[in-house]
Design a protein around this ligand. Structure first.
Ligand code: UDP
Ligand code: MG
Length: 142
């Protein structure tokens, strides 16, 4: 997901492009402004943290761009492509390493396990995702 700061800063295209060029397959994408309840559900595991309210307020400041990407290792590799949560620790070449400075404005979210990805897909795309065969399949996988 591209957070409101990433959307406002015009980074949707750059971020989406990295996943597309990597070879992952886009199954769904949309720009949406979630309700507070929706956002709190998404970050329910962080509910007890001191930064929770400020983080939810930040996530409510504008639309977010949600995507579902598929492919071998999409979760593990996707997290590496995002970079460390704290941008000061994100390697150059990662999205956070290249595009942001502070943890509270770290421009993107990525599911941290396949199980959580499945839950998040259900939360963000209750309408379902697309199923399609990419013509590049045979050029990306042996
Ligand atoms: N966050 C924050 N302050 C902190 C830790 C986290 O503002 O001290 C925010 C930050 O935007 C982060 C989000 O809360 O991306 C979710 O935290 P998590 O630990 O799940 O990191 P992520 O999975 O996004 O790397
Ligand atoms: Mg997380």
């Amino acid at each position: 997901m591209i957070k409101p700061d990433g959307v406002q800063r015009g980074l949707i295209g750059d971020i989406l492009k990295r996943f597309e060029q990597k070879g992952f397959q886009l199954l769904a994408a949309k720009l949406m402004t979630p309700s507070r309840e929706h956002m709190e559900k998404h970050y329910a595991d962080l509910a007890g943290k001191g930064f929770f309210k400020g983080m939810i307020d930040y996530m409510m400041t504008g639309p977010v761009f949600c995507m579902v990407w598929a492919g071998d290792g999409a979760v593990v590799t996707g997290r590496k492509m995002l970079g460390a949560t704290k941008p000061s620790e994100s390697e150059p070449g990662t999205i956070r390493g290249d595009f942001c400075i502070q943890i509270g404005r770290n421009i993107c979210h990525g599911s941290d396990s396949v199980e959580n990805a499945e839950k998040e897909i259900e939360l963000w795309f209750p309408e379902g995702v697309c199923s399609w065969t990419s013509h590049s399949q045979g050029w990306i996988y042996e």
